[in-house]
Design a protein around this ligand. Sequence first.
Ligand SMILES: [Fe+2]
Length: 293
Amino acid sequence: MKIFFKRVAIICFIVLLYSTFIERYLLLTNENEIEYENLPPEFDGIKILVISDLHYGFLMPELWIKYIIHRANSYNPDIIVGVGDYVKKRNFSEELKVVWTYLNQLHAREGVYFVNGNHDHWANEPLALELLEKSSNSVRHKYKIISRGDKQIIVAGAGDFWEDELGIDKALMNVSSKTFTIVLAHNPDSADIVQNSHVDLFISGHTHGGQVILPFFGITPVIPVNNKNYNYGFKKNSQGTSIFISKGIGWSILPLRFNCFPELPVIILKRKKSFEQNSRAIPSFKINVFATL
Ligand SMILES: [Fe+2]
């Protein structure tokens, strides 16, 4: 019996070391396809890379942030979206200033778009909002148009669910319900707030995928959201609108990840070719892991 407990203790120690020092730095870029009937054909195959929950600061060094920005740019996506929580520490401005020097180095053919998360507000709210607007890529409470030929899609943004006014209806006030619309919202619970506006896809982070996913069961014991279904990947809200939730990159509470690799996910929007099915959006969950650290 004594030997049994000794072996269990050794295994736990190894898992802890792996989760703290190895998996947290095994950055994956997963490609996730989703099909829509109402996506203009001109945008079929458009690739959106998501940066979420960088949490620059303790145990997330500047060199690591630099590498992540390099990886995002190297993927050469059509669009890059940042969905908030770029820093970790509360009441601390320095990390915000540093992380934005890197966020401003992101580039993509059809634009980079940002919103803030709760940690950005907690670090220094006025400065976080100032740096967001100074980037010229803020979509908080507004939208930007992406055009291909005479067809357009919209990227709009919400304020943080906990610390800001969501403002989705206000942002989309002048957008036709026929226009394909993406909304960046740090916290996926935002998608459960009833809106009058038409949204095709929410892109969120905030949950870190739970940081620990129990093998075989896929259970995420700790996720900081009201809707416990919103842990990671593609989900749908009660109105049938799709939400993509990134597992993000950083950590909170404990500096570990187990079976929940940090990620720079890519969403590939596909034009649905068959008109036999009536549902507006069907997540296909096709995932290709193409690179690690
Ligand atoms: Fe968050």
